[in-house]
Design a protein. Structure first.
Length: 539
């Protein structure tokens, strides 16, 4: 049955229009976006022949994913910098939420044989403290070195003379103690004043040193007619300044807005690349890869026309094909690194061992809606088109329980199994959450049920297809919903759902989400047989 289910999904994805037949040499090209998934605020370093990438995942746990690649084409998640954050019950979906907060813009460095990561949650008070972690290996384990005052969108920097700095905000700098335990008081300096044309956003600090000069890369959003998001660079002979500025990338790409925010990284052979994200609507903020050439001492990103190229060659040929989103048969006793929980998980309310080969999700507290439901398990969606499907045994749900599969975001398209008395109903609904400004408390959830059917038996197959190809208004950003009773014959269910990116709420791309929660009493559960996943090749 599992094999028939897998083949059925592959055939349907091919018919969606996004799947293409890949030529033999297509595997030797990197098609931009390099990572067509939600991987914002990147920092990238190279250690030996391996590139390491960190990204923002905010309210998802474990947090601060570390990804690696040998060729800048095939990436995989190898670890997380922390398992959970515990400064507030909001991280546990109690007394509020941390949607769009949590870990932001981690800075990754390698110094004297150790990895270092610096991050600061976008919060106030102690919840916004800056964390510094360290590890011998990028995969971890990572250990907490220190906590200190908040630094927004900061970059850690180890200088050649052994001094250590944090650069943050808009051109602000402080020196750290050699043991990284805290700042050195009295070392604050504003290293440059923004020019008149920098009228908007100027953040996302990334600091490197090249041939004796200091380079600070930042995203710039200058508002006004004819002005676009861009990546700028400030350089100086001394880290304290004075600095001069140049625009190093100003490029739209693929029918979407201008790219901005990221970093540059070198290869063992001395070539350089720029890795910069682009807003792409419902899928989130994706990563582009461009050549970086040193021209008159400036790291100019882009092709010969200063634009993000359509394709590039990977650094090495015939590397193992990997990805940051993966299918899962739940056959291991440990959850795969491709999964993240929505907020901190309740560890005793899920299991991979109570029924081997299945993920068991148990209800453990009574909540009103999916946005407050603990132990919702997520993975990214990817472009250009993708398809995810789950097999759910719902025979142990209790009256009032809700379980299913969602294209999950502040606006969510959801397939929900509802237990009503002794009967089970499958609904496709559109749900939208209203959150308070600072506390991110759930104030209201609007739900529109589009279609409903009664369920018989104990097992149902649920599938969501995502289409993120370019359309008339940017991305199509459409989620389409299906169900099956046998894994072979699929029935389209409900309506197409337009996925949205909303920085005021979740501030991330739409995720596949598997959920199970109670609205009346705890104690029910579902068993998920597998998650099947396919993504169309880029071309």
């Amino acid at each position: 049955m599992r094999r028939m289910f897998l083949m059925s999904v592959m055939v349907i994805l091919f018919l969606m229009g996004g799947m293409t037949t890949v030529k033999a040499d297509d595997g030797q090209r990197i098609y931009n976006p390099m990572l067509w998934a939600d991987v914002p605020d990147p920092d990238v370093i190279r250690v030996g022949d391996t590139f390491y990438l960190v990204s923002t995942t905010m309210h998802l746990m474990p947090g601060a994913p570390v990804m690696q690649s040998k060729d800048l084409l095939n990436w995989e998640t190898v670890g997380y910098i922390f398992d959970r954050l515990t400064d507030s019950p909001k991280y546990d979906l109690q007394e509020g939420t941390v949607y769009g907060r949590g870990q932001w813009a981690t800075s990754l460095k390698y110094h004297n044989g150790r990895f270092y990561a610096l991050l600061a949650p976008n919060e106030q008070g102690a919840m916004g403290d800056t964390y510094i972690f360290s590890a011998e290996k990028a995969a971890g384990p990572w250990n907490l070195v220190s906590r200190m005052r908040h630094f927004h969108d900061c970059s850690l920097f180890f200088d050649d003379d052994g001094r250590v700095y944090v650069v943050y905000g808009t051109g602000e700098l402080m020196e750290l103690k050699p043991d990284l335990s805290d700042v050195i008081e009295g070392t604050y300096k504003r290293i440059f004043q923004r020019e008149e044309d920098e009228t908007g956003l100027l953040e996302g600090s990334r600091v490197i040193k090249h041939r004796g000069k200091y380079y600070l890369l930042m995203i710039s959003q200058s508002y006004g007619p004819g002005r676009h998001r861009r990546e700028v660079c400030y350089r100086a002979d001394d880290i304290h300044g004075p600095y001069e500025k140049a625009v190093i990338l100003e490029s739209d790409f693929g029918g979407f807005p201008y790219v901005g925010q990221g970093t540059i990284v070198d290869t063992e052979d001395g070539d350089w690349y720029g890795i910069i994200f682009q807003d792409r609507g419902g899928v989130g903020r994706v990563l582009t890869l461009s050549p970086c050439r040193w021209i008159d001492g400036w790291p100019m990103i882009g092709d010969e026309n200063g634009k993000v190229p359509q394709t590039m060659r990977p650094l090495k040929s015939n590397q193992p094909k990997t990805g940051i989103v993966k299918a899962d048969g739940f056959d291991d006793a440990k959850l795969g690194l491709h999964w993240q929980w929505n907020h901190n998980p309740v560890d005793n309310a899920w299991s991979l061992t109570e029924r081997p080969g299945f993920l068991r999700l148990k209800t453990n507290r009574v909540v009103e809606n999916i946005f407050l439901a603990p132990n919702t398990l997520t993975q990214r969606m990817e472009g250009p088109t993708c398809s995810g499907a789950v097999v759910i045994d719902f025979s142990h749900m209790k009256d009032g329980d809700r379980a299913g599969f969602s294209a999950f975001n502040g606006d969510a398209g959801t397939l929900t199994i509802k237990k009503v008395g002794k009967k089970c109903v499958l609904e496709m609904s559109e749900q939208s959450v209203s959150l308070s400004g600072r506390e991110k408390a759930v104030e209201k959830v609007e739900e529109k049920v589009v279609e409903s059917i009664d369920l018989k038996g104990k097992t149902v197959y649920l599938r969501i297809d995502g289409d993120f190809r370019a359309g008339e208004r940017g991305g199509r950003d459409l989620a389409t919903f299906y169900y099956s009773l046998d894994g072979e014959q699929w029935t389209k269910f409900g309506s197409d759902f337009r996925m949205r990116f909303d920085y005021r709420r979740f501030f991330m791309g739409t995720k596949f989400a598997i959920f199970c929660y109670a609205t009346k009493r705890a104690g029910g559960y579902i068993d998920v047989d597998r998650f099947d996943y396919h993504v169309a090749e880029k071309n």
